[in-house]
Write a protein that binds this ligand. Structure first.
Ligand SMILES: C[S@@+](CC[C@H](N)C(=O)[O-])C[C@H]1O[C@@H](n2cnc3c(N)ncnc32)[C@H](O)[C@@H]1O
Length: 237
């Protein structure tokens, strides 16, 4: 996508260029779910990998107390900012930060993201999902929440089990089936990996389908065990 793309349903006027991530069905479905659930109202929100701001704009419409939107490269963040300013004006409670995933400052009430998966570029394609599950507690306040989307090919059962192990009460808020993106078929290693994921995909009348799930998880209260090697007050998260 170059130039301007208007998402009429959600009243989003988005533009993308260069290496910007063009919203896929994953981003579009998360946008629909965000439009229907006021997760961000009154909260301090961290959005990871904001891209062309397709979620940032919807989160700002919910009137968060503050929103930090991140991207991995400054030029990608320029697109986030341009789209926010065109859709919402410049006077918003938003800070734009270049940051590598959760490696950023502060604590928040809510973390929102559409994590890279098929094109994560990591040996463990689930890297960004697993990193979120393991380390989001460092960026979340007690009782803080995570909202993210993932494919069935990234193993939703594994995600829910790992969220539970790591102190989150989690549930699937919404899900939908959709056809594979063309680039899945072009990646032989990816096509081989997904064969091993239980319920990772289905083929209906010759069409490969994945299920997209939006997951909402809430961090349970936790006090480090008595006798933990490094006392809680001397640790970063
Ligand atoms: C799947 S895209 C989602 C983009 C947008 N939120 C959407 O849903 O359309 C993942 C985004 O994460 C960004 N990203 C990739 N690696 C990152 C990292 N290490 N830290 C922060 N963002 C990253 C990409 O540039 C991309 O915009």
């Amino acid at each position: 996508m170059t130039g301007t793309h208007a998402d009429a349903d959600l009243d989003l006027d988005l533009s993308a260029g260069g290496d910007d991530w063009r919203p896929t069905p994953h981003g579009r479905f998360l946008a629909q779910v965000l439009a229907e659930h006021p997760f961000a109202g009154g909260k301090d929100v961290l959005e990871l990998g904001a891209g062309v701001a397709n979620h940032t704009i919807l989160l700002l419409r919910q009137e968060p107390r503050s929103l930090v939107a991140t991207e991995i490269l400054p030029e990608l963040l320029d697109s986030t900012r341009a789209n926010v300013e065109r859709n919402c004006g410049a006077n918003q409670p938003i800070e734009y930060r270049v940051a590598d995933w959760l490696s950023t400052e502060g604590t928040f009430d809510l973390v929102v993201t559409n994590p890279p998966f098929c094109k994560s570029g990591k040996q463990n394609r689930r890297y960004f999902i697993d990193s979120l599950i393991l380390d989001a507690h460092k960026r979340l306040r007690p009782g803080g929440e995570l909202v993210f989307i993932q494919s069935s090919m990234a193993d939703v059962a594994k995600t829910l089990a790992r969220l539970d192990e790591n102190g989150f009460d989690a549930r699937v808020v919404a899900s939908m089936d959709g056809p594979f993106r063309d680039y899945y078929f072009e990646d032989d290693a990816f096509m081989a990996e997904i064969q091993r994921v239980p319920d990772g995909f289905k083929v209906v009348e010759g069409t490969h389908l994945e299920t997209l799930s939006v997951i909402h998880a809430k961090l349970r209260p936790f006090t480090p065990h008595e006798g933990a090697h490094i006392p809680a007050e001397r640790r970063d998260g």
